[in-house]
Design a protein around this ligand. Structure first.
Ligand code: FES
Ligand code: ZN
Length: 317
């Protein structure tokens, strides 16, 4: 269930400038015109940057998938005067990956922003489409680990100390609820929108959209003339994280502001977590920071390479 804000009452006015109301925000009990709404979104990001003490002169590497959230965060940081560079990880998922490169390319050239695309096939020798039929593990968690490692590497190689991602309030509230439901207390500490760099080869991770809801970002792209790709990853269908978000959206429609209150009350009085590095080492094969002698990506690559030459597994279904 996607949250769609209720329609605007006839003749609604912007509560900030009294112009024509175009966007209703039930969780803030307010209505904005398009300009005031864009300002509201930019202020939410500026507030996050101030809270985490990220000065304007910080160079930021923005991980962009071509979806609404990553393009919106890139646009807003650029509008706020940060120096940004986009980096796209090409996963090699049929149609979806081509669409995502197209959206990033179109946006970057419209704003004249630097960016580059890097294929996981160059890192691993395998695409996500090739890995999926060859593993029993969840492809989403494999994909997440590969992306994390690739982004760490790219940040180090390109000389960036901070990687920005487009996770929004729905993502963060959903993740928190998912961890609470399964009592995964070991992840609680890491649930914070800013993780400072714990190691020279592990850049800081920043989620400046954690104050904005998914539907607000969809509207931001519309009013800022951004054309994100609309496809969602074909492998994410039915993921439990989606169901948790749906449950939160159901509550949100009955009790506007629930998601915000839930996440913000959890984050209140928390500080950016410190990572204990006493057990950290460098992967014997690739030199990436790892908790085991061989990192998870190199271990996966070895498994896949051992099967190279075997007949292609049949597609499922
Ligand atoms: Fe990685 Fe869907 S985006 S598996
Ligand atoms: Zn490795």
């Amino acid at each position: 269930m996607q949250l769609t804000p209720p329609p605007l009452p006839a003749g609604a006015k912007c509560k900030r400038c009294s112009g024509r109301g175009q966007m209703r925000l039930p969780s803030h009990n307010t209505i904005f015109c398009s300009d005031c709404f864009l300002l509201f979104c930019r202020n939410a990001v500026a507030k996050a940057m101030k809270k985490f003490g990220i000065p304007r002169e910080t160079d930021l590497l923005v991980a962009v998938s071509g979806g609404k959230d990553s393009l919106a965060v890139w646009d807003i940081l650029n509008e706020l005067g940060y120096r940004t560079r986009g980096v796209h990880v090409n996963l090699g998922i049929d149609t979806f990956s081509d669409e995502s490169v197209r959206a990033v390319e179109e946006f970057a050239s419209s704003r004249n922003l630097p960016w580059s695309s890097h294929s996981i096939a160059d890192l691993l020798g395998w695409t996500i489409d090739e890995i999926r039929p060859r593993t029993r593990r969840s492809i989403c968690s494999i994909c997440g680990a590969i992306k994390r490692q690739m982004l760490n590497r790219l940040a180090v190689d390109l000389g960036y100390g901070t990687v920005v991602s487009g996770h929004n309030l729905d993502d963060e509230a959903g993740r928190l609820l998912g961890n609470i439901l399964r009592n995964r207390t070991q992840y609680f500490d890491k649930q914070y929108p800013y993780l400072p760099s714990p190691h020279p080869r592990m850049p800081a991770k920043l989620k400046p959209l954690y104050r904005l809801e998914s539907h607000e970002l969809r509207a931001y792209c519309h009013f800022a003339s951004i054309r994100p790709h609309s496809a969602s990853c074909p492998y994410a269908r039915g993921a439990s994280s989606h169901k948790v978000k749906e449950a939160l959206n159901l509550l949100e429609t009955k009790m506007p502001g629930t998601k915000r209150d839930f996440l913000f009350s959890y984050l209140r009085n928390r500080k950016p977590p410190q990572t204990d590095l006493s057990e950290l080492r460098l992967c014997e094969k690739c030199g990436a920071p790892s908790w085991l002698p061989v990192c998870s990506v190199c271990a996966l690559k070895a498994q896949l390479d051992a099967k190279r030459g075997e007949p292609e597994p049949r597609p499922e279904g």
